[in-house]
Design a binder for this molecule. Structure first.
Ligand code: NAD
Length: 516
C-alpha cells in the first residue's frame, strides 16, 4: 500500500548545521565543473563533433558543464530508439512503472543538497528557490506515481446486466518533452515522469541554459535501473533539433513548456501530418504569463506589499507565475508604492553561492539585454520608482525595478519581460482593477488582496486566470494543492500536479464483453 501523497518539506537553511552542509555540497561540486556529458540514446552514450557549454550566470565565463550539440541525425536516432522501446515498455505493469518514480524520488532525497548546489550554480537560484525546485521535482514523482496507480485501478462505469465493461488507460507512444530552463529540475522531471509512468517512451530535450540538471536526472534514472530507451536524452539547440522531433511521423505527442512564440510554432508544426503518420499529434503546451496582483483599499497593505515583492522579485522575476503587474486602487496607491519601494530597495542582489543574496542573476546575456531594453521602454511608459539598471557584480545582475503610473495598454503591461521588472497601474476601484487584470492575452496566475468578502467572491468569478490566489502571493504553486496551468496564450489549459494531468499522456480504451 502506498501512503497518501504529501508535499516534500523544504530544507531549513536557518540552522547552522544545514548551512554548513550546503557549503560542503557547493564546494564538492566545484571540482566537477566543466565535466562533459553525452547524449543518451538507448544504452548508447553518444558524442557529437560540436559541443556547447552551460555557464554560471552569477560568474560570467565559469563553465558548469560541456554538452553535445545534437543534430537532426541524433534526433532521428533518438525518436527511432524511443519508438522501438515503446513496444516493450508499454507492456510493463503500471505498478512497476510507478515504482521507478518512487525510487527516483528516494535518490533525489539522498542527493538533495547536491542537486540544490548544481542549480544554484547553473541557474542563479538562491538557496531556498533551488531547494524548493528540487522538492517540487520529488513531489511530481510521488504524485504521478500515485496517479498512475489510481488510473490503473477499476474505473467507474454504468453497468448493464448483459455486459461486463471496463475502461483502461493505455499509453500514446513516443513523446517529445521540451522543458524550459527556469524550473530546470521540477518541470523537466514532472513532464518526463508523467509521460513515462503512463507507459510512453520519451525523447527529452532540455534547455541549453540548464542541461546539467537534465543530465543529473538521467544519472538518477540510470541509478534506479530504468530500462534504456525509455527516456532518451538529446541536448542541443531547440531550433536545430526541434523541427525533426516535433515533425517526426513517429512522434505521438509533444509536451512543451516555454515561451509563447516557441509554443505556437510547435502547435503549428505538430498539426501538419508527416508522410506515414497515422495519428493526430497531441500537444501539451504551457506558455508565458503577464500575471497581476490586485491590491484593494480594504486590505492590510503591509501584507499586500510583501506578497507583491515576493511574487515580482523571487528568482529575479523569472517565473511564469511572477507578478509583473500590480494593479492598485487609487485610494491606497501612493501608500502601497512607498511600501513597495522600501522593500525593493532592501533586496540583496549578488552571487547566489552566498546565502544572504535574495536575488541572483538573470539567466544569460541575451535575457539581460532584453530586460534592460524593457526597463528603458518602461522609463518612457511610466515613472521609475526604483532600480532601473544593472546591479554590480560579474554576473547578469539587474536591480529590482519598479515603474509606476503605467497604462494598462503599455508594452510593459502587456508583454512578458521575464525579469525583475514590476509595472504598477493605478485604477479607480475594484471593478476597474478586475477589468485591467483581464486585459491581457495571457491568463496564468493572479492574486487579490482584499478583506471584503463580496469582492473576493467577485474575483473568483471574474478574474480569468488558471491559478487565482486570495490574500497571498501569486507564485509558489504546490503539487497536488494548486494544480498549475493557465488560460488563453498561457497554454493548453492543462494542470500540472493535478488529477487531470496524466490523462494527457494516455488514451482511454473501452472494453465490453457480452455475458448473456
Ligand atoms: P523557450 O521557449 O525559449 O524555450 C523552451 C524550450 O524550447 C527550450 O528547451 C528550448 O531549447 C526549446 N526550443 C526553442 N526553440 C525550439 C524549437 N524551434 N522547437 C522545439 N523546441 C525549441 O522558453 P524558456 O526561455 O526556456 O522559458 C521561459 C518561458 O517559459 C517563459 O515564457 C515562461 O513564462 C514559460 N514558462 C511557462 C510555464 C507554465 O507552466 N506555463 C512554466 C515555466 C516557464
Amino acid at each position: 500500500m502506498v501512503s497518501e501523497f504529501k508535499n516534500e518539506p523544504y530544507t531549513d537553511f536557518s540552522t547552522p548545521e544545514n548551512q554548513r552542509k550546503m557549503q560542503v555540497a557547493l564546494k564538492s561540486i566545484s571540482n566537477q565543473l566543466g565535466e562533459e556529458y553525452d547524449l543518451v540514446i538507448g544504452s548508447q552514450r553518444v558524442k557529437t563533433v560540436e559541443k556547447f557549454s552551460s555557464y554560471n550566470p552569477s560568474e560570467r565565463g565559469q563553465v558548469v558543464g560541456v554538452f553535445q550539440k545534437g543534430t537532426p541525425k541524433e534526433a532521428e536516432a533518438a525518436v527511432q530508439k524511443a519508438y522501438q522501446t515503446f513496444e516493450t515498455w508499454r507492456r510493463v505493469q503500471p505498478t512497476e512503472r510507478a515504482g521507478y518514480l518512487f525510487r527516483a524520488a528516494e535518490v533525489m532525497r539522498r542527493r538533495r543538497l547536491e542537486l540544490d548546489a548544481w542549480m544554484i550554480l547553473e541557474e542563479g537560484k538562491n538557496w531556498l528557490e533551488a531547494d524548493a525546485d528540487v522538492a517540487e521535482a520529488i513531489d511530481f514523482l510521488e504524485f504521478y506515481g500515485r496517479e498512475m496507480l489510481r488510473l490503473a485501478g477499476d474505473q467507474p462505469l454504468t453497468r448493464i446486466p448483459t455486459e461486463k465493461s471496463e475502461l483502461v488507460y493505455i499509453p500514446l507512444g513516443v513523446g517529445v518533452v521540451i522543458p524550459p530552463w527556469n524550473f530546470p529540475l521540477a518541470i523537466l522531471v514532472g513532464m518526463t515522469s508523467a509521460a513515462f509512468v503512463a507507459g510512453n517512451t520519451v525523447v527529452l530535450k532540455p534547455s541549453s541554459d540548464s542541461p546539467t540538471m537534465g543530465a543529473k536526472f538521467m544519472e538518477i534514472l540510470e541509478e534506479i535501473g530504468l530500462p534504456p530507451g525509455v527516456v532518451n536524452f538529446l541536448t542541443g539547440s531547440g531550433a536545430s533539433v526541434g523541427d525533426t522531433l516535433v515533425g517526426h511521423a513517429k512522434t505521438r505527442f509533444i509536451s512543451f513548456t516555454g515561451s509563447k512564440e516557441v509554443g505556437l510554432g510547435i502547435v503549428e508544426l505538430a498539426a501538419k501530418t508527416a508522410p506515414g503518420q497515422i495519428w493526430i499529434k497531441r500537444v501539451v503546451a504551457e506558455m508565458g504569463g503577464k500575471d497581476a496582483i490586485i491590491v484593494d483599499h480594504e486590505t492590510d497593505l503591509e501584507k499586500a506589499a510583501q506578497g507583491v515583492i515576493a511574487s515580482a522579485f523571487g528568482f529575479q522575476g523569472q517565473k511564469c507565475s511572477a507578478c509583473s503587474r500590480a494593479i492598485v486602487v487609487a485610494q491606497v496607491y501612493d501608500q502601497l508604492l512607498d511600501l513597495l519601494r522600501e522593500k525593493a530597495q532592501a533586496i540583496t542582489v549578488g552571487p547566489v553561492i552566498h546565502q544572504e543574496n535574495y536575488m541572483g542573476p538573470v539567466i544569460n546575456q541575451r535575457a539581460m539585454e532584453s530586460i534592460l531594453d524593457y526597463i528603458e521602454i518602461g522609463k518612457k511608459e511610466g515613472r521609475l520608482v526604483c532600480g532601473g539598471g544593472p546591479a554590480v557584480g560579474n554576473g547578469f545582475f539587474i536591480q529590482p525595478t519598479i515603474i509606476a503610473d503605467v497604462d494598462s495598454r503599455a508594452r510593459i503591461s502587456q508583454e512578458e519581460i521575464f525579469g525583475p521588472v514590476l509595472a504598477v497601474i493605478k485604477v479607480r476601484d475594484f471593478d476597474h482593477a478586475l477589468e485591467i487584470a483581464n486585459d491581457s492575452e495571457y491568463g496564468l496566475t493572479g492574486a487579490v488582496y482584499s478583506d471584503n468578502r463580496d469582492k473576493i467572491e467577485k474575483a473568483k468569478r471574474v478574474f480569468h486566470c488558471g491559478n487565482l490566489y486570495i490574500n497571498r502571493k501569486c507564485t509558489g504553486a504546490l503539487v497536488g494543492v494548486h494544480p498549475f496551468g493557465g488560460f488563453n496564450m498561457s497554454g493548453t489549459d492543462s494542470k500540472a500536479g493535478g488529477r487531470d494531468y496524466l490523462l494527457l499522456y494516455t488514451q482511454a480504451k473501452s472494453i465490453s464483453e457480452f455475458v448473456g
